[in-house]
Design a protein around this ligand. Structure first.
Ligand SMILES: [Fe+2]
Length: 132
């Protein structure tokens, strides 16, 4: 799968949320191009956790403020991400898989997330965006 870079046409019309999304695209590129190691994978999983905490809360608050009608369904997608990340960390901490294997699986999930979530599901709230 080709690694995507964030483009202006992917904007949801909200600077802070676009900045979050750009950061995730950059992280996926880093993950894809890196020589995987324990230190890097631990760093990436930590950054993904911080992303999920900060970004999903920001996006959900903005959707709520804008009266987005499909908020509950959207929040359920965010929960899928949080639960996935949790299970990845648990598996990795049990040392059941190598950093390389886990890095590949994380890369696959995130590539799909960029396309299916950011480029499709997030685009659906664009008309409800409340600018800061
Ligand atoms: Fe989202």
């Amino acid at each position: 799968m080709e690694t995507l870079d964030w483009k202006p046409e992917y904007s949801v019309g909200h600077p802070a949320i676009d900045a979050d999304h750009k950061g995730l695209f950059a992280l996926v590129r880093e993950l894809r191009e890196a020589d995987m190691s324990d230190g890097l994978l631990t760093s990436i999983l930590g950054r993904l956790e911080a992303y999920a905490e900060g970004h999903f809360a920001r996006e959900e608050a903005m959707m709520r403020a804008g009266g987005y009608p499909d908020l509950d369904e959207h929040m359920a997608k965010h929960r899928v991400f949080v639960e996935w990340l949790d299970s990845v960390k648990k598996t990795y901490h049990r040392a059941a898989e190598s950093p390389f294997q886990v890095g590949e699986a994380v890369n696959d999930f995130l590539q799909r997330w960029l396309v299916e979530h950011i480029l499709e599901e997030d685009m659906q709230y664009r008309d409800y965006v409340v600018k800061p």
